[in-house]
Ligand binder design. Structure first.
Ligand SMILES: Nc1nc2c(ncn2[C@@H]2O[C@H](COP(=O)(O)OP(=O)(O)OP(=O)(O)O)[C@@H](O)[C@H]2O)c(=O)[nH]1
Ligand SMILES: [Zn+2]
Length: 190
């Protein structure tokens, strides 16, 4: 998109956000809020920065290794955005894989989580995308991803269940076939 078209879009969105604020009951013309629509646009660009990268690229730098034991990176905190309500959902992701001759840097797993979380999402897709990225690039013997998250669209509005959390798990390879490996993973992330 050309710069001029982008600027026109920003003005249009600012105007729509102003209309939304009015619809919600906010009085027009309060000087402190003049910049709010623009701040909202900037914040949304930050919440969705993952669209402007390819998270699988983080995994492409690998190290050769002979180890066959699981590698577990747990408690990777993330913030994402519910695609239905534009309300944040957030929590932790736990990722484990059993390498097949190569591993990636530990930080890169967290970068993949960030790259997919910083989009409009549902938790199930986020979990799948992380597992698929590890599987397709590292080609490990198995991968498992578990995500525990709180959805503000469930806790702060609608059904208003403040304590409800959602737990999702996706696995591939030996982590799908071997119940003992799965239960070791579940124990490790408790
Ligand atoms: N499966 C799944 N559902 C989600 C996720 N995030 C939000 N939702 C749900 O998406 C659904 C949208 O339902 P709708 O009936 O279309 O929307 P709504 O009228 O706002 O629903 P309520 O939240 O029940 O008030 C809700 O049940 C949300 O809880 C997610 O990550 N995964
Ligand atoms: Zn929602």
């Amino acid at each position: 998109m050309e710069l001029e078209q982008k600027l026109t879009k920003v003005y249009e969105i600012e105007h729509s956000l102003q209309t939304l604020m009015t619809l919600c009951g906010q009085q027009d013309g309060i000087p402190d809020l003049n910049e709010t629509p623009f701040r909202v646009i900037k914040a949304f660009l930050e919440y969705t920065v993952g669209y402007r990268e390819n998270p699988t690229e983080h995994l492409e730098k690998t190290f050769d290794i002979s180890q066959n034991d699981p590698i577990i990176v747990k408690d990777i905190e993330f913030y994402s955005m519910c695609e239905h309500h534009f309300a944040p959902f957030f929590g932790v992701a736990h990722v484990s894989y059993i390498p097949d001759k190569k591993v990636t840097g530990l930080s890169k797993i967290a970068r993949v989580v960030e790259g997919y979380a910083r989009r409009f999402q549902v938790q199930e897709r986020l979990t799948n995308q992380i597992a698929d990225a590890v599987q397709s690039v590292l080609k490990p013997k198995g991968v498992i991803v578990a995500i525990e998250a709180k959805h503000l669209c469930v806790s702060s509005r609608g059904v208003k269940k403040e304590e409800a959390k959602t737990f999702t798990v996706v696995s591939h390879g030996v982590y799908s076939d071997n119940p003992q490996l799965r239960s070791e993973f579940m124990m490790a992330i408790k």
